[in-house]
Design a protein around this ligand. Sequence first.
Ligand SMILES: [Zn+2]
Length: 162
Amino acid sequence: MTDVFTPDKRSSVMRRVKGKDTSPELKVRRLLTRMGLRYRLHRKDLPGKPDIVMPGRRLAIFVHGCFWHGHDCPRGARTPKANRPYWEAKIGGNRERDIAHRAALQASGWRVLTLWECELKDEERLERSVADLLSLPLDRSYAARSSPRSARSIRSTVSATP
Ligand SMILES: [Zn+2]
């Protein structure tokens, strides 16, 4: 059978399928490192193997691809036309597992932050949302640049529980 993807495209697809060390996750990790935060990766002993964990802060972070985890956004709404029932079942299953993992983590006292691929484009916003959650002091010039409007949209898109 002929591969529908070029070799380059194929390897990027396979990277995404593998689910680890995807570029959205690397982006978040780079940001956390820049913020001076220390973290651990893929803790297998925790529900859902959170992508990034800060044990001291009891914070688990999932970095979700919009398609695979069925985000409520244009990318997440795009189901392939072929094999639609298959994809709907698969993505629906992922969503259910995400909800269960989140609940299990929260039940054992973890705070859970879910970051969506589509929200990572605005790095400033991402940094603010992480800082807000961890109650870190923000750089003053940085805070001044951000409008109240963007602060509101952060609160509405970042889902975290104390
Ligand atoms: Zn999305």
